[in-house]
Write a protein of this length. Structure first.
Lengths: 190, 578
């Protein structure tokens, strides 16, 4: 199978790394070679975080080349704009309908408006997911990453039982049910 | 598993018994992963040189040992790194060094491969987690076969990339007995007699490199030849999967004859390596002249499959959309409730010159704090402050964290005492090694394996060095902190102010109940002074700052900066609604 390239992006604290680990494990369990590598700066909180997940018969580079990402999973709108150029022409961008104001240390420009319109104008297949809203309704805004992962899963050829096993293995018991619901809600939308 | 976890797993399988190091991104997780194996006696040491010395002792004593550090840590450990090869090791000895091209979390870009040439030790470098796991075992075998320390190099991209690893079982390495051959191990006295032996060993390693199975020629098209290694090899495979590649696993010494034969097959050979042109320069030294290397592949930052493809195949790499839409940066800032924030605010208000050090508080150089004026390397702050004093600048403060102070700040403070320089030091004691992710150190009361340990009493330690003026303040109390720092600056001898409060992200701090603060919108004059905290809990809502209650840690630093007292604690009655 040719390599599938996913790029996950968000803000520190949103669970980008956990979501990419779950995806990498699911792909591994489904029998693929996988590489996953995340990038984050020195900030514990509030910084931009992104992570490449690549799976297929054989994966070399841990990072996907610009213009070759099949799916961009953005947990935040500004982060979708920041990494959209990695997506191949016509590729998919799944974006959480959620905005996090950057911490300001001098840059007074307003948060960009109409990110989705902009991305669509570039020819990407943009799908907006109300992941944070769904997660809040389920009882924990932090599960937005799993809602988004569910939405991505709807577009990947990884069996449902694999996903269920990965969630069971990796999510603490007390949060499992919530995350299962979050995943399923995302899957319905993806 | 990650590259770092794979290295730890490989070392465990190789029978490593003792491991020591000092935290440093991107190397930290190797030792953390090693500490989870009960058979491995793993520990954080006070600094990299200490860790190296301890591992030398353990390896001479017969236990396979591994010392871990980041590239700048190797500078600290450079003294024994250069001398130990004169003796050679008894049991396997591997130095894990993680370089950080791109400086994601480092103060410099340093190609540590050059150290191996200077020290005359062999260097192995893997290209992904799977190879790393297998190659660590080779490193231990090589070390014992040639009785030499071996360096194992990784980079950030390898250390932090997860990949598939074929794990095996642990093989216990027999403990080798130590023979007290003074003429081999007392180097300063016997260095002259050991010197030719070192050269002889290097020659034998050169012969070994020619046979080494980790140096692999992957046959492909005959148009160009490529020599590569490590992570750049993966980029080459991504860019030109059909090329003929000489993939090196042993980077020093290089297989001279095989490389000469390989390069003779092609009109031109691309040498694709990250950072400096180490391999290219070595090959040029062999008389190989048809090389294309650093004049095409930058020595600044990380390479990427895009950069490599552009040079090998041409083509256009898509650029980002910065020119077409507003892509705001997300600059690094201190966490809500960070204990460093108060000290930085006070230092800025005092207008003193601040010599800084390595840790989260290094962010104090950046807006909105801009309270720190120099920073170089671990432990430099106190010596730099002493030097500024010598230059005639008497309003200067050295700012250093607790782990960094224990790592290499103590000798500088002792020097200030000894030379009777009125150096003022602010010791930020947040009870952990914060920036690298909360590692234990001699001041925390626990070991790497989370066993109870004696915790340094900083006041006693500092007084015992001869510092007479020692005070302790809570950095959440800016008035008291300012008074203590002023008092320290006024003191005619060395002074240390310990600003003590736990890192807000430590579990016991997170678990505490806090009463958040709020901006009283009716009173707020929209001056934005509170935003100078650079606190992630504060956001603009229109023209008025707003505190996100769930982020607020209740440190009140914004209230301290507010000129009209428009920021106050959320009252219990309003809080009940949440």
């Amino acid at each position: 199978m040719p390599v599938t390239n996913v790029l996950l992006a968000g803000v520190g604290g949103q669970g980008v790394v956990l979501a990419s680990e779950l995806l990498a494990l699911a792909a591994l369990t489904a029998g693929h070679d996988v590489k996953q590598g995340e990038f984050h700066g020195v900030a514990q909180r509030g910084g931009a975080v992104f992570s490449h997940v690549r799976f297929g018969d054989q994966v070399y580079s841990p990072t996907t080349r610009r213009g070759e990402v099949d799916f961009l999973l953005a947990l935040e709108k500004l982060e979708a704009l920041r990494y959209a150029h990695f997506v191949r022409p016509g590729g998919a961008i799944l974006v959480n309908d959620h905005e996090i104001e950057p911490i300001r240390t001098g840059d007074a420009r307003p948060y960009p408006k109409r990110a989705v319109v902009f991305l669509k104008s570039k020819g990407f297949a943009v799908r907006v997911i109300k992941a944070t809203q769904i997660a809040v309704e389920l009882g924990n805004h932090r599960a937005a990453n799993v809602v988004m992962l569910g939405a991505l899963a709807g577009q990947l050829d990884i069996p449902a039982e694999v996903w269920d096993r990965i969630l069971r293995d990796r999510i603490p018991h007390s949060l499992l049910e919530l995350n299962r619901k979050a995943f399923e809600a995302g899957r319905q939308m993806g | 598993m990650s590259g770092n976890e794979a290295i730890a797993r490989g070392a465990w399988e190789a029978g490593v018994l003792f491991a020591a190091g000092y935290p440093g991104t991107p190397s930290t997780e190797v030792l953390e992963a090693l500490s989870t194996y009960p058979e491995v006696d793993a520990q954080w040491s006070t600094n990299e040189k200490v860790a190296f010395d301890e591992c030398v002792g353990a390896a001479l004593g017969g236990a396979r040992s591994m010392v871990t550090m980041k590239h700048v840590g190797l500078n600290v450990a450079a003294d024994p790194f250069m001398v130990f090869p004169y003796a050679g090791t008894n049991a396997g000895f591997v130095t894990l060094v993680a370089d950080d091209p791109g400086m994601y979390s480092s103060q410099n870009e340093q190609d540590s491969r050059y150290f191996t040439k200077m020290a005359k030790v062999p260097l192995l470098e893997p290209s992904d987690a799977r190879e790393a796991h297998a190659m660590v075992k080779t490193a231990f075998e090589l070390s014992e076969q040639f009785e030499t320390p071996v360096m194992f190099r990784t980079t950030t991209r390898l250390a932090h990339t997860r990949g598939v690893v074929d794990t095996g079982e642990r093989t216990e390495a027999a403990r080798k007995s130590f023979s007290r051959k003074i003429s081999q191990y007392a180097i300063p006295v016997y260095a002259r007699s050991r010197r030719p032996e070192l050269e002889d060993k290097l020659n034998r390693l050169r012969e070994f490199a020619e046979q080494f199975t980790g140096n692999i020629i992957e046959e492909g098209s005959d148009v160009v030849g490529i020599v590569s290694h490590g992570i750049p090899y993966q980029y080459v495979k991504e860019a030109v999967p059909d090329a003929t590649i000489f993939r090196l696993g042993m980077i020093y010494p290089l297989p001279k004859e095989r490389l000469k034969q390989f390069c003779a097959r092609f009109d031109r050979v691309f040498v694709v390596e990250e950072s400096e042109g180490f391999i290219e320069q070595e090959m040029a030294g062999f008389g190989i002249l048809n090389l294309i290397g650093k004049d095409r592949f930058t020595n600044i930052g990380e390479l990427s499959a895009d950069l490599v493809a552009q040079e090998l195949k041409g083509g256009v790499v898509p650029s980002d959309f910065v020119a077409e839409t507003t892509i705001l940066p997300r600059p690094p800032v201190l966490c809500p409730g960070c204990s460093h924030r108060g000290v930085l605010a006070v230092l800025k208000n005092l207008g003193v010159l601040v010599t800084g050090d390595i840790g989260c508080y290094t962010l104090g150089c950046l807006p909105p704090y801009e309270a720190m004026h120099t920073t170089f390397c671990m432990g430099a702050s106190i010596g730099n402050a002493t030097g500024f004093n010598k230059s005639g600048e008497d309003h200067v403060v050295g700012l250093i964290g607790d782990s960094t102070f224990l790592h290499s700040g103590v000798p500088s403070l002792l020097s200030a005492v000894y030379n009777q320089v009125p150096t003022t030091t602010v010791l930020l004691d947040n009870g952990t090694t914060g920036m690298t992710g909360h590692q234990q150190h001699p001041g925390t009361g626990h070991t790497l394996k989370n066993r109870p340990a004696p915790a340094v009493n900083y006041e006693d330690l500092i007084r015992s060095l001869g510092v007479e003026h020692v005070s302790v303040v809570d950095p959440w109390d800016p008035e008291a902190t300012a008074a203590a720092i002023k008092s320290g600056l006024d003191h005619p001898g060395p002074a240390v102010i310990i600003a003590r409060r736990s890192c807000r992200l430590l579990p016991h701090e997170k678990a505490k109940d806090t009463t958040p603060y709020q901006v009283e919108e009716l009173n707020c004059i929209q001056c934005g002074d509170c935003m100078q905290t650079g606190c992630p809990a504060l956001v603009w809502e229109g023209d008025t700052p707003h505190i996100r209650e769930w982020e607020c840690a209740g440190c009140a630093m914004c209230a301290y900066l507010c000129p009209i007292d428009a920021i106050c604690q959320v009252e219990a009655s309003t809080d009940a609604g949440h």
